[in-house]
Design a binder for this molecule. Sequence first.
Ligand code: NAP
Length: 401
Amino acid sequence: MTDARPAPSSRRAAGVLVTGASGTIGRAVVDALVEAGEPVVAGMRDPRAWIADGARRASGISAGGASRTSGGAAAGSGFGGSGASGVGGRAGGGRPESSGPGRPLGKPSRAPNQKPLQNPTRKPGTTVGPAATAANGRPGALPAAGHPGQTVASALPAGAQAATVRAFDFADRGTWASALAGVDRVFLVLPPTVGEVGRTLIPFIDTAMESGVRQIVFLSQQGVPLQARSPQHDVERYLKRTRTPYTVLRPNVVLQSLSSTYRDDIRRRREIALPAAAAHVAFVDARDVARVAARVLGESGHLRKSYALSGEQALGYTQVAELLGEVLDRPIRYTPTTDADFEQRLAGLGASPTEIARQASLFRSVRLRALRLPNRSIRRLTGRPATTVRRFIEDHRDSWL
Ligand SMILES: NC(=O)c1ccc[n+]([C@@H]2O[C@H](COP(=O)([O-])OP(=O)(O)OC[C@H]3O[C@@H](n4cnc5c(N)ncnc54)[C@H](OP(=O)(O)O)[C@@H]3O)[C@@H](O)[C@H]2O)c1
C-alpha cells in the first residue's frame, strides 16, 4: 500500500490524538506537534487533575481553582466545535479563543522531568481549562497567571495552535470515540501499567480505523522484534497483520528516566542504582523521539515503516554518573544492583507488577547488550543529530539540584 496522503499543508484540518499525553514521551510528542503547527488532542485519564496539578505548580493557583472550568463533556464533536474539543487560542491572533466548557489547553503543564500523577482518579466528563506549560523546557513558557480557562498562547510559537485535552482511558471504551472525534492520526502509547493489549490497544486500533484514522504511529521499543512475548510485539504484529497504516517507532532507553524515575536517587543519594551491570546503552532523548514522531505524522512516506531510534553514542551508567557529577559539580556514583533488589525497590515505590516486569525485562535487554548500538536515525529523520547525554544533563541540570 502506498502512502498517498496529501502534503502536510493541505491536511491541517484534522488532528492527531496523542495517547499517554501526560507521560514522558507522549508529553514531548504533544509539544513537538504543537510546535509543528498540528492540531493536537492530548489524551489522558484524568485531565482535570493534570491541569490542576500543572496550574498549581506553574502559577500557584489551587487545584480547586482550575476545576472551576468543569461542567462540560470531556470530549466534544471535533476541532473548533462547541464541546470540549475546540482548538483555539492561536498565538499571533489566529483562530479566536473558544469559550464555554472545554476550552483548549495551552500545552501540557507538567515540567518535562516530572512523572505523571500517581494513580489519578479519572473523572469521566471532566472539562479542562488550560494551564501553563513548561513541557518544552523553554524559559518563559510559563504564563504570568494561571487563570482557569485561559489559553496560554504566549507559550506557543507563532502560528501554533493550543492542544486540547480529552479524557482517554484504554480501560474505558466509553472514552474512545469522543477522544477520536475530529482526529485522523494517532500517536499510540502502551502505558507501562497496561498488560492486556488484547482488551485494550488492539480493540482501540480497530475503533480508530473505523472512525477514519489514516495513520497510527505506535511507540514500541528497541529490541521488540526479538521479544516475541512482549505486549509491544503483539501490537506490532497486529498492526502488520491487519494492514493498518502504521509507523512503528522503537526508541532506545530514554534519558528522561534520569530526571524522573531516578531523579531522587541522584539528588538525595548521589547514586544511580540499576541492574545494568557494565553494559552500554545508546540512550535517546524523548524530545528527539518526539521530533521524529512529529515528522512521520506530518509528512508522507512513513507508512508501514519501523524505525529504531538510538542516540549517536553508547555509554555505560558509570560514564553517565561521571557526566552527571561533572555537570552538577558533585560526585555521583553508579551502583550495579541485582534484579531482586531493583524489583523490591520498585515495589517499595508503588510500581505495579506489570511495571516491575517491564522494567526487569528492559534491564535484561540492557545486560544482554541488546541496546548498545548507536545509530543515526534521528539525524536522518529530522535533519538534526541526536541530543548527547551531556547536553541532556546540562539542559535538565535543575532537576537534580
Ligand atoms: N521510558 C523509556 O525509556 C522507553 C523507551 C522506549 C520505549 N518506551 C515505551 O514507552 C511506553 C511508555 O511511555 P512513557 O515512557 O512515556 O511512560 P510514562 O511516562 O509512564 O507514561 C505512561 C502514560 O500512559 C498513561 N496511561 C496509564 N494508564 C492508562 C490507561 N489505562 N489508558 C490510557 N492511558 C494510560 C499515563 O497517563 P495517565 O496516568 O495520566 O492517564 C501516562 O501518560 C512503553 O510502552 C515503552 O515501551 C519507553
